[in-house]
Each structure stands twice: as C-alpha cells, then as structure tokens.
Design a protein around this ligand. Structure first.
Ligand code: NAD
Length: 497
C-alpha cells in the first residue's frame, strides 16, 4: 500500500476535508508510486488561514531572537536530514542527487541567514526636524502570508519565502507544487520538529486552482509570495489586487550566455553545458540561449555539441547520471513541440531532438540534450521559455549586438558573459537588463545572502533571499517621539502632513 500523507494545519497532520488524494509518481520511472497526497480545496484553505490568523496574534509578539532560535534548530535538522531529503527530492522531481543536495543546502543556508536576522532586523534612526524630538522607522510583521511555489527548487524556494516571513513575525500558509509534495512535507516536518508553535506554518497541498487560488482571494491573507510561470503569476497578481495584497512574483526566464571573441572557450563550453542542461533545462535561470561572437562561433559550437553529446541521461538517483527526466508528460510534450517549432522555423538541429524511450528510459519522461544552431532572435525558440533540455545558439558580430539580442526577450532573470576584457564585462553587466548577472560563469548558482529575482516578465520589483526578502515580509512603521513637553510645529512654512 502506498503511504498516505496529510496537510499540516494548526499543528496537526490532517487529510483534506473532502478526503480526496492525488498520486505522486517518480518522473524517471512511472511505476514507482511515491505516495498519496491531499487534494485540498477551499475548506482546507479556510482552516489553514484561520489557524495562521489566530497564531499571528501571539507569534508577532515572540521576540525575534527567540523566533530565530527555532530557525537555528531547523538548520541543524536540515543538515542531519540532507541525504534523505535529497533522495526523496530526486525521486519525486527527477533532478540528479548532486543538485537536490544543493537544493537542501539552500534551505540550510537560508535558515542560518534568517536566524541571524533575528538579532538584527535593522530599522532606521534619523534626526528629527525639531528639537527634543526623536525619529525612527521599525519593521513590523504584516500578517498571514501565502507561499505558492513551483517544483523545480522544491526546498530552496520555499525556504527563501517562508523563513524570512517567519523571522519577521508573520504566519504562513504554504501551497507547494503538486509535483513535489513529499519535499514540502519534509520541509514543514523539520520546522515542526525544530519547535515552531501550532498555526505558525500551515501546509495545504493540492492543485493551483483548488488549493492556491482561494489563498490569493482570501481577505485574511495579506501577502502572497509566488514562484511559477509568468502566465499563472499574472493571474495571481490580478486576483491579489482585488483585496490590495502585497504580491511578490518570481516567474519565467529566457536567460542568455554571451561568448565573446576573447572568451576562454573551455570555460564557456562548461558553462553552456551546465547552464543549459542542468536540471534538464528546468531552471528559471537555465541558459537556454547562447549568443556567440562570429569569430569563435564555429569553434564554440563544435566543442559545445561534443560536450553535450556526452551528458549522461538517466535516473538521477543513479551514480554517474548528469541529467534526469522532464517533470511530467505535459512538460515533455512541450519540449517535443518546441523541437518541432525550431525545425519549422529553419533553425539547424545539431544535437538531439528526440525523446528517449529505449531500455531504462521506457518508463520515464526523458529527452535528449538538444542544440539548435543558427537561431535568429525572432524565432520562437529564442524568445519563449521551453523549460527543457533545448539550447539555442545565435551568432553576433559585436558586443553591442550581443547586448541587444540578450535584451530582446520579454523576460529578465539571469545573464552571463564570457570574456577576458574587463571593459566588455562591465559594459554588459550594466546594459543587460536582468536581475542577476554573471561574469565567466553560467547563468545559474545563486547564493542565499544576495537578492534573487528578475525584471520585466520575470518579476514585479521585489526580490527574495538576501536581506531584500525582509522587505517583502515586513512593512515600515515610522515613529516620532516628542520629549519637548510642548506642542512643536515644523520649522518649515509648509503645512505639516
Ligand atoms: P505554475 O505556474 O504552473 O505553478 C506554480 C505554482 O502555482 C504551483 O504551486 C501551482 O499549483 C500554482 N498555481 C497554479 N494555478 C494557480 C492559480 N490559478 N492561482 C494560484 N496558484 C496557482 O509553474 P510550474 O510549471 O510549476 O513551474 C515552472 C515555472 O516556474 C517556470 O516558468 C519557471 O521559470 C518558473 N520559476 C521561476 C523561478 C524564479 O525565481 N523566477 C524559480 C523557479 C521556477
């Protein structure tokens, strides 16, 4: 019998009120049933938001250093459980063990970072315009926060949202992706074991329209932090606006590596392989475009194809495997569709292009690493997020043209340049419009103490991780303390607000 898992509401592990469950299966082997997970609906969201609202009344008053103590303990537990959590994660979402261990490590790092914030949460003190008056601004918790996340970083991204929300004194309802519920259970269980009081963090599993949309519409939810596709993000933004929620969106990407004529090609090839095919291309930061200077175009392409040809595809839990499957059948179908689009648009298919179905691949959603050359900026494969192991290589004549091509997409998450010329590196860093930029490294590899997020159709002006995350989950209160003992008026002639 498969194991049945439950939601976590008000400190109790409980089934969905309807009793409905959904299967979670291994994308590398569909015969492997991981478990049955709740298919929640409005009643479950109602219970979770109610618990979070009640818990907020006390959690907001727990001193931040005491809140932080729980996060320190959680960091320790994540560390102890890292191998098991990585194995569970690979089994349910497919990326290789080295990557899922890195995903758990992000939660460890974020727990320590936010635990440290419990003794800072700095505000501002400023001089007042008036004598014998003191002025300062302090961070205040906001209330109940909804965290709605994607499956590709199933522990890292929730930790980027939930841990800063908690240390700031908010309570949380968490709706993980339907493809990675076991990792969500592992995450929440660890925080429970670390000593988080009932109701402070609640887990509601299920699909987006049934289990997440009611959170976005709920009048008692004050903040929605969302990671997912741009299409869903737009819907979340519109729905959140009706009740004036603070909505934080991290959405799709079409990231770019620029390879200049003076680049170290060995490094650039490594970056393009790892950036393009890591996590089977299913990273928001995946390097799905490589823009190469004409002087090194042929040399780069030959080496890139040769390296990518040797990427070992298979079950991510097996030693030596470098690239796992697509997450599910629909995602694989999207990859296959885009390969067809690329061919029809006239791009040159130089590697891969097919689904893998023989032998061990027969029961999973595997696709070959695929490279299109001679792609032009107007082709759909150069503009749209595919979210699979498909890389488009484009030729340019200059740095200016490379920057123009880099910017000529709707998204703005991550970009990188390979060059030995410091002037070119700084020019591209300044002029490529993205939230992340790398020099002589691929488009991937965020560190938790730096802000993470994108511009244009990738984000809406907020950032997660880093100290910037505190700005999403707190609001400023400005405080004036007059100790003059009389009514003071501003020294300016203008009317006071
Ligand atoms: P998705 O938009 O389909 O789902 C994301 C989450 O939204 C899931 O939990 C889903 O259940 C929920 N959802 C679905 N419909 C909803 C609705 N109507 N209201 C509220 N929530 C709803 O995305 P996905 O396919 O799971 O993830 C892949 C996408 O995520 C890619 O576009 C990728 O680039 C993006 N992503 C972005 C970042 C980033 O930081 N920018 C990080 C990881 C993934």
């Amino acid at each position: 019998m498969p194991q049945t898992y439950h939601n976590y509401i008000d400190g109790h592990w409980v089934p969905a009120q309807s009793g409905a469950t959904a299967e979670n299966r291994n994308p590398a082997d569909q015969r492997d049933l991981i478990g049955l997970f709740p298919q929640s609906g409005t009643a479950d969201v109602e219970a979770a938001v109610g618990a979070a609202r009640r818990a907020f009344a006390t959690w907001r008053l727990v001193p931040a250093p005491a809140r932080a103590e729980i996060l320190y303990r959680a960091a320790q537990l994540f560390r102890e459980r890292k191998d098991r959590f990585a194995d569970d994660m690979t089994r349910e979402m497919g990326k290789v063990l080295a990557e899922t261990a890195g995903d758990v490590q992000e939660a460890i790092d974020m727990s320590y970072l936010m635990a440290g914030e419990g003794r800072r949460l700095f505000g501002q003190t400023t001089p007042s315009e008036l004598r014998n008056k003191f002025a300062m601004s302090v961070r205040q918790p906001i209330g109940v926060c909804a965290a709605i996340t994607a499956w590709n970083f199933p522990m890292a991204v929730p930790s980027w949202k939930i841990l800063p929300a908690l240390v700031c004194g908010n309570t949380v309802v968490f709706k993980p992706a339907e493809e990675s519920p076991l990792t969500a259970v592992n995450f929440v269980q660890t925080l429970e074991d670390a000593g988080l009081p009932p109701g402070v963090l609640n887990l509601v599993m299920g699909d987006g329209p049934s289990a997440a949309a009611p959170m976005v519409e709920h009048p008692d939810v004050s903040v929605v932090s969302f990671t997912g596709s741009t299409e869903t993000g737009r819907r979340v933004n519109e729905a959140g606006a009706r009740t004036f929620k603070k909505v934080h969106l991290e959405m799709g990407g079409k990231n770019v590596i620029i390879v200049m004529d003076d680049a170290r090609l060995d490094l650039a090839v490594d970056g393009a392989v790892w950036g393009g095919f890591g996590t089977s291309g299913q990273r928001c930061t995946a390097a799905s475009r490589v823009v190469v200077h004409e002087a090194v175009y042929d040399a780069f392409l030959a080496r890139f194809v040769d390296r990518a040809r040797h990427v070992v595809v298979g079950d991510g839990r097996r030693a030596g495997v470098q690239m796992g499957p697509s997450i599910h059948e629909a995602q694989l179908a999207k990859v296959i569709e885009y390969v067809g689009i690329g061919r029809a648009e006239g791009a040159r298919l130089v590697l891969g292009g097919s689904r893998l179905t023989d032998g061990d691949f027969a029961h999973g959603w595997f696709h070959e690493p695929t490279i299109f050359a001679d792609v032009t900026p107007s082709m759909r494969i150069a503009r749209e997020e595919i979210f699979g192991p498909v890389v488009s290589v484009l030729k340019v004549r200059s740095l200016d043209e490379a920057i123009a091509v880099a910017n000529d997409v709707a998204y703005g998450l991550s970009a990188s340049i390979y060059t030995q010329d410091i002037n070119a590196a700084f020019t591209a860093m300044r002029d490529v419009y993205t939230g992340l930029f790398y020099v002589n490294a691929p488009t991937i590899g965020a560190e938790v103490h730096l802000p993470f997020g994108g511009v244009k159709a990738t984000g809406n002006g907020h950032r997660e991780a880093g100290i910037a995350a505190l700005d999403v989950f707190s609001e400023w209160k400005s405080i004036y303390i007059d100790f003059s003992g009389k009514l003071q008026r501003a020294q300016m002639d203008t009317e006071q607000i």
